[in-house]
Design a binder for this molecule. Structure first.
Ligand code: ANZ
Length: 964
C-alpha cells in the first residue's frame, strides 16, 4: 500500500521531532495498553453473584448490556468493513462506563456453519480444526483494535459446554406445549395430566389410559413446541440435503449448485413458532427497533383478517380461507392445492357429465388428470407457482362443491397457484375480484360475476374486462339472498355483515390467518448441534435426560451428506452422522423406569440459527455448569424495568440483513424460556441498531474483470491499471472483488486509534459509506495535533500549563464546555461522527490559541477522546500524572454557564411603543417568545390587567401586543 499511496505516508514517516506521534509510536503505545488491560482485567463486568462476582460498588451502579451480532469465524479474516459495528459499540460502551454504568460488553463466535463443513469435505480437515484456526486469527485481529471486551465471557457456539445448553433448551421446547387459553407455553406433563384426568377430552373419544404408547406419542406430537412431522420439504438429491425456502431459487433449483429441488415428504423436526405469531407481532410495539425492521417482521408474520367458509361436497366439506368474504356471491369455482389431502377423496373415477374439454387436460379420467398434474406441480417452487406473470394451469378434479351463500354448484380444480402451506390450502375463486382467479377463469372458460361496482368506468359486464377489478372503495352489488344482502354496502361493512351471517348459519366464521410457518429445524449436515433425541424399537422419540448432555458430535470418516442423481426425486437423504454405527445404535438407561434399552440416535443436526437464538443469556453467566443462567444474574442484566416491560439487552448492533430469521427465532426462544420460568425477560433485544455498510470501489478492466484496487492509479479523473484504463463503481468490499482492505494494514500504517476514529468519522453510523484509504490520514493528523497539545515533541515531556480553571481565558472555556456538552450528547445518541467533529474543533482552537494548554482543559480533552481513541488517551492520562486507567474515570460535565447560546435582543412593544427588551436564543420559537413576552414584569405592568386582542410575533426580534 505504501508504494501506491505516497501522499498518505509522507507525514507519517517524516519524523523530524523525536517524540512526535508516529505509526511506530502508536504501535508501541497500543500494544502496551492492550497488555495492561488484559493483565488488569480492566473490562471485567462484575455480576451480582456467582463466579464472576466482583466489585460491589460497580454492581450497585446502573447497568448497560451492550452487544454486537457475533461473527462467523470465516477463513478470509476481517476486512475494514467488519469492525464498524464493533468499534461503535466499543465507543458507546466506554462512554457508558465513564458515565457511571456497570457495562457488560463481550464478543463470542457463531461457529457452526456450512463454509467450515465444505472446507472439510474438500480438504479432509476436521471442521473444528479449521474453525478454531479461523477464530484464533480473528481474535488477534480484533484484539489489535483495542476493543474493551470482558474476555472471561467469550465463547463459541461449538464449545460442548455451550451447545450442552442449546440442546437443553431444545429439550425444554420439546417438553412443552402452547396453551391457547393461557396464551403461554406450559410443560407437556401438565397436558398429559389434563388428558389423564379427563379435564381435556382425548380426540376421537376414549381415555388416555386406553391409548397405546405410540398413540400417546402421536397425540402429544400434535401439541409439542418441537415436533417431528412428515410435511413436504424442499429435497435436493443433488446436494443430499433438505433446504430452507430461502435457499431455493425462483425456478425451483438449489441456490448453491443449481440442482433441481423437489417437494418431498420427509420426517423432519419443526418448531411451532406459529403458536407465538400473535405475541411476536404485538410485542414488536414495545421494542426500540428501526421501523423498517419491525415492518419486515410484521410482513413475515403476515397477519390477515378474514373468514373461513365451508363449501359442502357430498356430505364432506372444503374449508377455505379468504380475506374477502364479502365477495362470496362472486365465487364461481374452487381450487385445492395439488397436495391437499382431500383431493384423492373427492376425485371420482370418471368425468361427470357436461365436463368441458378445456378442464380435463386431455386425460381420460379425473384420477389420471390429477396424478399427472400433481407430478408436474411437485417440481416447482412456491415462488414460481405464485408468479403473477405465469400462465395459469390446473385441472378439474371431477367434483362440485356448494357455494353456501347461493346454493350454486361450483366446479373444484387443482391448480398450483394455490399453496398448501397458506391458509387452508384451498380457495374460493372470485374471478371478478382477484387477478389470478380472473386469468384462470378466462383460460378455463369459467363464469365471472360482477359483485363490486367498478369505479373506473369499465362497466359491469365482465366479458368486456381485461383484468379483475380490485378496490376497497367500491360498493358491493349482485350479492343478496333471502337472509342477507350486501348490495350497496362498502367493503368493510359487507365483510362484517357476511361474517355475521356465516357465523349465524354455521357456514363459516371470522378468523385470523398468519403467513408465518413453523420453523423447519433439522438439517442433513455434520457441523451442527446433534439432537438430544433417541428412538426406541417402535420408532417413538425419547428425549435424553439432562444428565446426558452435552451429546457431543461423533467423529465420522466423511463429513459430506450423500448425494444422488440430481433428478431422482424418490431418493432419501443419508446424514453424515448416520455413518457412525457405534454412535447411532446405543444401549441407554434414560432414567424413565424402563431400564437399559436399545435406541437409535437422531442423526440430523440443528440448523445454523440454533446457537444464535440464546447467546445473549450465556454472556451473563458463561461458566455456570448447573444452569443455563442464574435467574438473579439474568434479572440483573436483562430483566424488565421502568419503561421496558419485556426487558432485554440495552443495545444490540448488527447488519440489517438479519431482519427476520435470526431476530425472529431469538425472540421466539426467549418467549418460550420466559413462559417456562427460566428467564425474566420476554424479549432478547430491547434496542436494535443497524449499522451501515462500508463499501469500496471496484475497478474493472475492459473484459469486466476486477483488478486489484490497490494497484489502480488516478490521472485527471480517470483510472488506470498497468497503463490500461479501468472503470470504477462503488460496491461491496471483499476478496473476490480485489478491493479488500484489512484492519491489520491500516493499524500497521497508522495505528488502531486512527482506524477507530476514521471509521467513526466517516458518517452517521446507520448510513453506508465508501472506504477511502487516502482519507485515513486526516484522523491520524488529528491525533498528532492532540499529542502535540499535551506533549512536547522534542523532549517527550508534558507541556501543559499548571493553572487553575479560573485563570483560563473565557474563549477557551467556552470552546471547552461547548465541546463537552456536544460530545456528551453525541455519544449518548450514537452520533460518533459529529462527536469527533467537536473534539477536532476544540483541539484546533487550542492549536490556534498557541502556548501551553492549561491543564484543566488538557485533562478534559483527553477524557473526551478516551472512548474514541482509548490507547492514546490512556498514554496521555498517564503523562498527565494519573496512576489509574482512564477507562473508569468520570466523563467530563459541561458548566452550563459557558454553554448557553449567544443571545439576541427582542423588543416587546405595546401598541407600537417599546415596553421591554428580552435576551433570547436566536432559534427561539414563536410560541416560546410570545410566552416570555407576556410573562415579562414590565409588560405585565404596562398592560395593567387589560385583556389582549392580538399578539404579533416576529421571532426572534419583535413582539407587538395589541390590548383589548
Ligand atoms: C377470495 C378473494 C376475493 C380473495 C378477492 C382475494 C381477493 P392474504 O391477504 O395474503 O392473506 N388465498 C388464500 N389461501 C391461499 C392459498 N393457499 N394459496 C393461494 N392463495 C390463497 O391473501 C388471502 C387471499 O389469498 C384469500 O382471499 C384467497 O383469495 C387467497 F377479491 O379469497 B381471497
Amino acid at each position: 500500500m505504501s508504494e501506491t499511496n505516497p501522499a498518505a505516508t509522507a507525514p507519517v514517516t517524516a519524523d523530524a521531532a523525536p517524540h512526535r506521534y508516529t505509526a511506530a509510536m502508536a504501535a508501541e503505545i497500543e500494544a502496551r495498553w492492550q497488555d495492561f488491560w488484559d493483565a488488569e482485567g480492566t473490562y471485567a463486568a462484575p455480576n451480582p453473584k456467582g463466579d464472576l462476582a466482583g466489585d460491589p460498588e460497580l454492581v450497585a451502579r446502573p447497568k448497560k448490556f451492550i452487544m454486537d451480532m457475533f461473527p462467523y469465524p470465516s477463513g478470509a479474516g476481517l476486512h475494514v468493513g467488519h469492525p464498524l459495528g464493533y468499534i461503535a459499540t466499543d465507543v458507546f460502551a466506554r462512554f457508558q462506563r465513564m458515565t457511571g454504568h456497570n457495562v457488560l460488553h463481550t464478543l463470542g463466535f457463531d461457529a457452526f456453519g456450512l463454509p467450515a463443513e465444505q472446507y472439510a469435505v474438500q480438504t479432509g480437515t476436521h471442521p473444528r480444526a479449521s474453525t478454531e484456526a479461523n477464530m484464533k486469527n480473528m481474535v488477534s485481529q480484533l484484539r489489535r483494535l483495542g476493543l474493551g471486551h470482558d474476555k472471561r465471557r467469550s465463547f463459541a457456539t461449538i464449545d460442548p459446554e455451550y451447545y450442552k445448553w442449546t440442546q437443553w433448551i431444545f429439550l425444554q421446547i420439546f417438553n412443552s406445549w402452547y396453551d391457547d387459553e393461557a396464551k403461554r407455553a406450559r410443560p407437556i406433563s401438565e397436558l398429559v395430566a389434563q388428558f389423564d384426568s379427563g379435564e381435556r377430552a382425548v380426540p376421537g373419544g376414549g381415555t388416555w389410559s386406553a391409548l397405546t404408547e405410540a398413540e400417546r406419542a402421536d397425540l402429544l406430537g400434535e401439541y409439542r413446541l418441537a415436533y417431528a412431522s412428515d410435511a413436504p420439504v424442499n429435497w435436493c438429491p443433488g446436494l443430499g440435503t433438505v433446504l430452507a425456502n430461502e435457499e431455493v431459487t425462483a425456478d425451483g433449483r438449489s441456490e448453491r449448485g443449481n440442482f433441481p429441488v423437489f417437494k418431498s415428504k420427509l420426517r423432519q423436526w419443526n418448531m411451532r413458532i406459529t403458536a407465538y405469531a400473535d405475541r411476536l407481532l404485538d410485542d414488536l410495539d414495545q421494542l426500540d427497533w428501526p421501523e423498517a425492521i419491525k415492518l419486515q417482521q410484521r410482513n413475515w408474520i403476515g397477519r390477515s383478517e378474514g373468514a373461513r367458509v365451508d363449501f359442502p361436497v357430498d356430505g364432506e366439506r372444503i374449508t377455505v380461507f379468504t380475506t374477502r368474504p364479502d365477495t362470496l356471491f362472486g365465487a364461481t369455482y374452487m381450487v385445492l392445492a395439488p397436495e391437499h389431502p382431500l383431493v384423492e377423496k373427492f376425485t371420482p373415477a370418471a368425468w361427470p357429465e357436461g365436463t368441458r374439454d378445456a378442464w380435463t387436460g386431455g386425460h381420460a379420467t379425473p384420477t389420471e388428470a390429477v396424478a399427472a398434474y400433481r407430478a408436474q406441480a411437485a417440481s416447482k417452487s412456491d415462488v414460481e407457482r405464485q408468479a403473477e406473470a405465469k400462465d395459469k394451469t390446473g385441472v378439474f378434479i371431477g367434483a362440485y362443491a356448494t357455494n353456501p351463500v347461493n346454493g350454486e354448484q361450483v366446479p373444484v380444480f387443482v391448480a398450483d397457484y394455490v399453496l398448501m402451506g397458506y391458509g387452508t390450502g384451498a380457495i374460493m375463486a372470485v374471478p371478478a375480484g382477484d387477478q389470478r382467479d380472473f386469468e384462470f377463469a378466462r383460460a378455463f372458460e369459467l363464469p365471472i360475476r360482477c359483485i363490486v361496482e367498478p369505479t373506473d368506468g369499465r362497466g359491469t359486464d365482465p366479458s368486456t374486462w381485461e383484468s379483475a377489478f380490485a378496490s376497497y372503495d367500491a360498493k358491493i352489488m349482485n350479492s343478496s339472498n333471502d337472509e342477507v344482502s350486501l348490495d350497496g354496502l362498502g367493503v368493510v361493512e359487507a365483510k362484517e355483515r357476511i361474517t355475521e351471517w356465516l357465523e349465524r348459519t354455521g357456514a363459516g366464521a371470522g378468523t385470523v390467518n398468519f403467513r408465518l410457518r413453523d420453523w423447519l429445524f433439522s438439517r442433513q449436515r455434520y457441523w451442527g448441534e446433534p439432537f438430544p433425541i433417541v428412538y426406541d424399537e417402535d420408532g417413538i422419540a425419547h428425549p435424553l435426560p439432562a444428565s446426558m448432555l452435552p451429546l457431543e458430535l461423533p467423529e465420522v470418516e466423511d463429513y459430506s451428506p450423500r448425494t444422488f442423481d440430481p433428478d431422482d426425486a424418490d431418493t432419501k437423504p443419508e446424514t453424515p452422522l448416520s455413518r457412525n454405527e457405534d454412535w447411532v445404535h446405543v444401549t441407554l438407561d434414560l432414567g424413565d423406569g424402563r431400564g437399559p434399552r436399545r435406541y437409535r440416535r437422531e442423526t440430523n443436526t440443528m440448523p445454523n440459527w440454533a446457537g444464535s437464538c440464546w447467546y445473549e443469556l450465556r454472556y451473563l453467566d458463561p461458566h455456570n455448569s448447573e444452569q443455563l443462567v442464574d435467574p438473579e444474574i439474568e434479572q440483573y442484566w436483562m430483566g424488565p424495568r421502568e419503561g421496558l416491560p419485556h426487558g432485554g439487552v440495552d443495545l444490540y448492533v448488527g447488519g440489517a440483513e438479519h431482519a427476520v430469521l435470526h431476530l425472529l427465532y431469538a425472540r421466539f426462544w426467549s418467549k418460550v424460556l420466559f413462559d417456562l420460568g427460566h428467564v425474566s425477560s420476554a424479549e432478547p433485544f430491547h434496542k436494535l441498531f443497524n449499522q451501515g455498510m462500508i463499501q469500496a470501489y471496484v475497478y474493472r478492466d475492459s473484459r469486466g474483470i476486477a483488478v486489484p484496487a490497490a494497484e489502480v492509479e488516478e490521472r485527471d479523473g480517470a483510472y488506470f491499471h498497468q497503463g490500461e484504463k479501468v472503470s470504477r463503481l462503488l460496491g461491496k468490499m471483499g476478496k473476490s472483488l480485489k478491493n479488500a482492505v484489512t484492519p491489520d494494514e491500516i493499524c500497521a500504517e497508522y495505528g488502531a486509534d486512527t482506524l477507530r476514529l476514521y471509521e467513526m468519522a466517516m458518517g452517521p453510523l446507520d448510513v453506508s459509506r465508501p472506504w477511502d484509504t487516502r482519507a485515513v490520514v486526516g484522523q491520524f493528523r488529528l491525533l498528532q495535533r492532540l499529542w502535540r497539545n499535551v506533549v512536547d515533541e522534542d523532549t517527550g515531556r508534558l507541556s501543559v500549563a499548571d493553572v487553575a480553571e479560573t485563570d483560563v481565558d473565557a474563549d477557551t472555556l467556552r470552546a471547552l464546555h461547548k465541546a463537552i456538552d456536544g460530545v456528551r450528547q453525541d455519544l449518548e445518541g450514537m452520533r460518533f461522527n459529529t462527536a469527533i467533529a467537536k473534539v477536532t474543533e476544540l483541539n484546533n482552537h487550542l492549536t490556534k490559541v498557541g502556548g501551553p494548554v492549561p491543564r484543566p482543559v488538557a485533562e478534559r480533552l483527553v477524557l473526551l477522546v478516551a472512548p474514541l481513541a482509548p490507547h492514546v488517551a490512556e498514554e496521555l492520562w498517564r503523562k498527565l500524572g494519573h496512576t489509574s486507567s482512564v477507562v473508569h474515570e468520570d466523563f467530563p460535565v459541561a458548566d452550563p454557564a459557558y454553554v448557553v447560546d449567544e443571545t439576541v435582543t427582542c423588543v416587546v412593544q405595546i401598541k407600537g411603543k417599546v415596553k421591554a427588551r428580552l435576551e433570547v436564543s436566536p432559534s427561539v420559537s414563536e410560541e416560546d417568545l410570545e410566552k416570555a413576552a407576556l410573562a415579562d414584569e414590565k409588560v405585565v405592568a404596562a398592560l395593567g390587567g387589560a385583556g389582549i386582542r392580538k399578539v404579533i410575533v416576529r421571532a426572534p426580534k419583535l413582539v407587538n401586543i395589541v390590548p383589548a
